[in-house]
Write a protein that binds this ligand. Structure first.
Ligand code: C2E
Ligand code: CA
Ligand code: CA
Length: 300
């Protein structure tokens, strides 16, 4: 991808490229975004954010929300997805969409990712001990984490420390993870699968062509991206959803749809054989105490 500054200064092209890249990602339509003077302010914000991010773990500024994944047939919680939030001391709550790309760029995603795994596993253990023990946990994992040669061991250790069974943990990765450092990533994913940890492909259908990797790695589930679900009224999105569900079933993978907000979307996905759904139709991401209340009513 090419980023072109239009202010005649090339000195900070890389940082400007970063900002333009975040913008392009955020716009979510992959259209080329030129760097412009309005983004100068953002460049300052970005380096402030890097600075603040470094202190955020130590200052305990992160917290996790949990969003239920519901089994479409029995309408019970079968999993909770851990979603990180940053409570910035001056700026308030910052979305992961804002700071995860910066954490990835600075390498801070490694300690942050480890904190997420530890915190979520310890929370799951707490819920299991409360008697809600028929559901698992899914955790988003960045490709930077998967590139670490000892990642699978680290995950196993965290599971063991929390006395959880490995099958209760599912790691969500995006398709782009397959494209980078393919060998280490594949080794880690295979090792995780051998240890009984589940692997799911997030935002399926939006990224690179990962079909050949799916075949090699035997993933447990595919997650249909919410953009297809939002626009389910369009025939083309119906065709894509049908194709993803049929592919998942053929490779013995489960299928989850995210971003389900309406009864219409829910009914369509149920009719087509989708296994799990996640979205505001059932629940927004919840704080741990709210999630415990939700489990009281909706778990098996
Ligand atoms: P994701 O993994 O695709 O997570 C789903 C996002 O969709 C979440 O946004 C969730 O709040 C939102 N969502 C769920 N249901 C609905 C719905 O019905 N309608 C709408 N409009 N939105 C819905 P969130 O929590 O802001 O997370 C955004 C992204 O940040 C995640 O997308 C994930 O890629 C990343 N992320 C979150 N937590 C972590 C983490 O611990 N580690 C890493 N590496 N990435 C994370
Ligand atoms: Ca996810
Ligand atoms: Ca997703």
């Amino acid at each position: 991808m090419l980023f072109i500054p239009n202010d005649g200064q090339y000195g900070k092209i890389f940082l400007k490229g970063d900002i333009a890249m975040y913008k392009t990602r955020k716009n979510d339509n992959n259209k080329l975004q030129y760097f412009n003077n309005c983004m100068n302010g953002e460049m300052r914000l970005c380096s402030n954010m890097k600075r603040d991010l470094r202190n955020a773990i130590e200052n305990e500024e992160f917290f996790l929300c949990y969003q239920p994944l519901i089994d479409i047939r029995i309408k019970k919680v079968v999993c909770m997805e851990a979603l990180i939030r940053w409570k910035h001391p001056r700026k308030g709550i910052i979305s992961p969409m804002e700071f995860i790309p910066i954490a990835e760029e600075t390498g801070l995603i490694l300690p942050i990712g480890q904190w997420v795994l530890k915190t979520a596993c310890s929370q799951l253990k707490e819920w299991h001990d409360m008697g809600y023990n028929n559901f698992g946990l899914s955790v988003n994992v960045s490709v930077i984490q998967l590139q670490q040669p000892d990642f699978a061991e680290t995950v196993s250790r965290i599971i063991a420390e929390n006395r959880l069974l490995p099958e209760y943990l599912e790691l969500e990765i995006t398709e782009s993870a397959f494209m980078e450092s393919a060998r280490t990533v594949a080794r880690n994913l295979n090792s995780l699968r051998k240890r009984g940890i589940k692997v799911s492909i997030d935002d399926f259908g939006t990224g690179y062509n990962s079909l050949k990797y799916i075949q090699k790695l035997a993933v447990n589930s595919l997650k249909i991206d919410k953009t297809f679900v939002y626009n389910i009224k369009d025939d083309i999105n119906k065709v894509i959803i049908d194709a993803i569900i049929s592919l998942a079933h053929k490779i013995n993978a489960e299928i989850t749809a995210e971003g389900v907000e309406t009864k219409e979307q829910y009914e369509y996905l149920k009719k087509k054989g989708c296994n799990k759904i996640q979205g505001y139709y059932f629940s927004k991401p919840l704080l741990p105490e709210e999630a415990a209340e939700f489990l009281k009513i909706n778990s098996d």
